[in-house]
Design a protein around this ligand. Structure first.
Ligand code: GLY
Length: 440
């Protein structure tokens, strides 16, 4: 395909998207707004304020962009995809109505109830007193969630009443999460392994990518505060029946409910699941690719990623999926499973700045290893250039990715790549995909 493609965003997810697009770019010209030094190696970074929709639309016009992939949730929630579509562009990413699934957790619960999608029980509150009264009547632990998008920080799993009260007051009284926390959900706490399922959809057809698992806590053994994600792996091997259940009980009815509400949806529907003995339950929906899940699911994909994205953005996904070879099939009951090469595995380990997810230093000089092509590579996230030198600029600085024909091989390669990364304060978890590699 020959076209100009813009990816909106500046994190690891966007670097991973650009890397996947660049692998089969042909005549395609790649742009990122605003991007990072990693994306600049493969695409042209544009200096654009991505919270300013007219500015993004104007940049697209100026550069003659044909197709836009919107990475992060904030611009999607703010209707960037709608404004880009109105200006005649093909866009991968839902409009504001679809993105409300992530931007308003109470609304997402309402959609799930209407669609019959299994999700933990909850009550919503805007008043501290009412929330505390409710807390006295229910069993602990509970999950307290700001209903708006708060970069993963608005959710707290609370083992004690004190912890729950503290998070309730942070949201409703101290307003630590701004308008995102002015209303909260108090949700029953379920137990089981978590799973991320990313469905690429044009609202009608869908292709479910390889199931992946994020490691959200900062500390080894899943301890300490939540982060944006300290590592991930794919695929997660599931019991056969679970593939069908996730598709039939979660993804298919949610897309049907969106159609019933006349909400067009072209992009990724990301289901954050917990696998309970009673079946999968939806903890949250996101309206975009996961970060760092994208770093491990995209390298497992086969076929032409750009064509898949374009077909999704133009409502032609069914035709793309029909065109996959008959040999390209996934697990039974997993729609569009042929987009994944199920014989491969991938692991990403996040290298963070010391102190993250609390306060951390910026500006440390970074040394990176050589890219080992299809085996191991670095995805940049919180990096910038200062006087030409690559330095840290965020909490999650980069991800070391390893791929292979087994999870254990992929894991060894990811950690091998990270061993050659150097910057002052580099911290990372040593147990990403550890237990699962031994099982495999
Ligand atoms: N990895 C969690 C997220 O992308 O929201």
């Amino acid at each position: 395909m020959s076209m100009k493609v813009l990816v909106v965003g500046s994190g690891g997810r966007e670097h991973a998207l650009i890397r996947q697009l660049a692998a089969a770019a042909g005549d395609t010209e790649l742009y990122v707004a605003p991007g990072n030094p990693g994306t600049a190696l493969l695409a042209r970074n544009l200096t654009v304020d991505t919270s300013n929709n007219p500015e993004v639309v104007a940049a697209c016009r100026r550069e003659g962009i044909d197709l836009v992939i919107v990475g992060p949730e904030d611009p999607l929630i703010a209707g960037l995809a709608d404004d880009l579509r109105r200006s005649g562009l093909a866009v991968f990413g839902p409009g504001a109505l679809g993105a409300r699934l992530e931007g308003d957790k109470e609304y997402a619960k309402e959609v799930m109830a209407a669609a019959g999608v299994p999700t933990p029980r909850y009550q919503a509150f805007s008043s501290v007193d009412a929330a505390l009264d409710y807390l006295d009547k229910i069993d602990l632990p509970v999950v307290v969630k700001a209903i708006g998008a708060a970069a993963g920080k608005g959710v707290a799993v609370c083992a004690t009443r004190d912890e729950a009260e503290t998070h309730i007051r942070s949201c409703l009284q101290e307003q630590k999460f701004g308008s995102a926390g002015l209303r909260i959900l108090i949700e029953e706490c379920l137990f089981g392994p978590e799973l991320s399922v990313l469905a690429i959809t044009d609202g009608h057809s869908c292709a479910l990518l390889a199931p992946s698992r994020d490691h959200k806590r900062i500390g080894e053994g899943d301890t300490g505060p939540n982060t944006g994600g300290m590592g991930a792996f794919a695929s997660v091997a599931l019991p056969k029946e679970l593939y069908r259940q996730i598709d039939a009980q979660v993804i298919t009815p949610t897309l049907a409910e969106l159609r019933r509400r006349d909400i067009p949806y072209r992009g990724v529907l990301y289901a954050g699941l917990i696998l309970t003995p009673g079946g999968p339950r939806v903890l949250e929906f996101n309206c975009r690719f996961g970060d760092p899940e994208t770093q491990v699911v995209l390298p497992l994909m086969q076929g032409d990623f750009l064509e898949l994205v374009h077909a999704t953005a133009t409502g032609d996904l069914d035709r793309y999926l029909q065109g996959l070879h008959e040999s390209e099939v996934g697990p039974s009951g997993w729609s569009g499973g042929g987009v994944t090469d199920w014989s491969r595995h991938c692991v990403v380990v996040v290298g963070a700045a010391e102190g993250y997810p609390g306060s951390y230093a910026k500006g440390a000089a970074i040394q990176l290893p050589e890219d080992r092509q299809d085996e191991a590579w670095i995805i940049q996230a919180g990096t910038t250039r200062r006087d030409g030198e690559l330095v840290t600029s965020g909490g999650r600085v980069l991800g070391a990715v390893g791929a292979g024909t087994s999870l254990s091989e992929a894991r060894t390669r990811a950690y091998g790549q990270l061993a050659d990364v150097h910057f002052d304060g580099l911290t990372y978890r040593r147990d990403i995909a550890a237990a699962e590699s031994q099982e495999g």
